[in-house]
Write a protein that binds this ligand. Structure first.
Ligand code: ADP
Length: 352
C-alpha cells in the first residue's frame, strides 16, 4: 500500500486545472489547507468568489484522483468548501451627499427643470455645496439650461472603482443623462437601457461632499421614480405645478405617490410656477394668466406646505434657453427663490 505523503498528494492535486482560470488548484491557492487525521484526509478548498460554478466538479475530481492513487483513502477524503467572503459593495458615489431632494412634477412643461436649475443656483449662492442630477430620461434639459451641451463626462479611477466626473458650472456639479445620449436617441432609450444608465449616473458620478443634491425627475409617476426612490435615500421631494386646474390634478397624483406607505418620502411642499405675468414696463402689475390658487390647492388637499410662487417673466424663458438662470441676474426673482430655498433648508434641518 502506498505511503501517504503530503507532497505527493499536492503533486496529484497540481494536475487538476480550474477550467476557467486554466491554472492548477494548488498554485492558485484553491487548495487552502490539508490535514491527515485518523478518519482520513481533510482538504479545504477556498475559491476567490462566492459559489464558484466549478466547485463541485473539482471536488469530485480531487476525490477521484486521490482514491485512484491511494485506494486506502476510498470514502475517506473529506473535502470542504470555504465560501469566499461576500464582496464589499462598491460604495455609491452619492454616499457623501447630505440631502438628496427630488424635484418632481405631475406633468411636463410646468417648469420643473427651470425651477430645479434656479433652486440649485440659489442654494449655491446661499453658500451650500450643490449638485444637480438630470434624471429626466424623456427630455433631459439640464445640459441646455446650464449651457453644457456637448459636455463629455470623463471617467476617473478611485482605488478599484471607476467614477464619472460631473460637469461644473456656477459652482454646481451637474450630471445629466443627456451627456450620454444624443437628443434624437431619447426615445429608444426608454426602458431597461435608460434604467441602467440612470443607475450608473446615480452611483458612479463623483459628487464628493455635497450639502444638497437636487434630482430633476421625469414628469409624472412612472417606474423611473420608483427606481430613483429605491436607489437613493431621498430626504424629501418638492413638487412643481402651474396654477391651472389641469396641472393641479397631475400634481396631486405626484404628491400622493411620495406619500404612499410603501414609499413615504416626505414632501417638503409645492412650488407654483408661472403664477402671474408681470410686463417689464409695468413691474408692479400682476396678471394671473393661468388662473389662481392651483399650488395652494395642491398643498391644502395633501396636507403639505406651500413653498412659494414664481411668476412668468419673459426673461426666465430667455434665461433657460440661453444657459443663464434668471436668479443670476434678476434680483426680484432671486428673492422668490431664496424664500423657497430657506423653507427647504429649514425642512431638511428637521430631518437631520
Ligand atoms: P419641465 O421641466 O417641467 O418640462 P421646463 O423647465 O423645461 O419644464 O420649462 C418649459 C418651458 O417653460 C421652458 O421653455 C422654460 O424656459 C419655460 N419656463 C419655465 N418657467 C417659466 C417661468 N416662470 N416664466 C417663463 N417661462 C418659463
Amino acid at each position: 500500500m502506498n505511503e501517504i505523503n503530503k507532497e505527493d498528494i499536492l503533486n496529484l492535486l497540481k494536475e487538476i486545472i480550474h477550467p476557467e482560470s486554466k491554472q492548477d488548484i494548488v498554485s492558485t491557492g484553491i487548495v487552502n489547507a490539508m490535514a491527515m487525521t485518523e478518519e482520513g484526509l481533510n482538504i479545504v478548498l477556498k475559491f476567490t468568489r462566492q459559489r464558484d460554478p466549478f466547485a463541485n466538479s473539482l471536488k469530485k475530481q480531487i476525490a477521484a484522483n486521490i482514491t485512484r492513487a491511494y485506494p486506502q483513502l476510498k470514502e475517506r477524503v473529506f473535502i470542504t468548501i470555504e465560501e469566499a467572503p461576500k464582496p464589499e459593495p462598491v460604495p455609491s458615489a452619492a454616499k457623501d451627499v447630505k440631502h438628496i431632494i427630488a424635484v418632481s412634477s405631475g406633468k411636463g412643461g410646468v417648469g420643473k427643470s427651470t425651477v430645479s436649475t434656479n433652486l440649485a443656483v440659489t442654494l449655491s449662492e446661499m453658500g451650500y455645496n450643490v449638485g444637480i442630477l438630470d434624471a429626466d430620461i424623456y427630455g433631459p434639459s439640464l445640459p441646455k439650461m446650464f449651457g453644457l451641451e456637448g459636455y463629455e463626462p470623463l471617467a476617473v479611477k478611485r482605488g478599484e472603482a471607476e467614477f464619472t466626473l460631473p460637469a461644473e458650472k456656477w459652482n454646481i456639479k451637474v450630471a445629466s443623462i443627456g451627456f450620454f445620449i444624443n437628443p434624437e436617441d431619447v426615445l429608444i432609450w426608454r426602458g431597461p437601457m435608460a434604467h441602467s444608465a440612470l443607475k450608473q449616473l446615480i452611483h458612479q458620478t463623483l459628487w464628493e461632499e455635497l450639502d444638497f443634491l437636487l434630482i430633476d425627475m421625469p414628469p409624472g409617476t412612472g417606474d423611473v421614480h420608483l427606481s430613483i426612490i429605491n436607489e437613493l435615500k431621498l430626504s424629501g421631494a418638492v413638487v412643481v405645478t402651474t396654477p391651472q386646474q389641469v396641472a393641479v390634478a397631475d400634481a396631486l397624483r405626484g404628491i400622493k405617490m411620495f406619500q404612499t406607505p410603501q414609499i413615504e418620502v416626505p414632501v417638503f411642499g409645492v412650488i407654483e410656477n408661472m403664477s402671474w405675468f408681470t410686463p417689464e414696463e409695468l413691474p408692479d402689475n400682476r396678471y394671473y394668466i393661468f388662473g389662481r390658487g392651483g399650488g395652494a390647492e395642491c398643498a391644502n388637499r395633501t396636507g403639505v406646505d406651500f413653498l412659494g410662487q414664481i411668476p412668468v417673466i419673459e426673461s426666465i424663458a430667455e434665461g433657460s434657453d440661453t444657459g443663464m438662470p434668471i436668479v443670476l441676474y434678476n434680483e426680484k426673482i432671486e428673492n422668490f427663490y431664496r424664500e423657497i430655498c430657506s423653507k427647504i433648508v429649514e425642512k431638511v434641518s428637521k430631518t437631520e
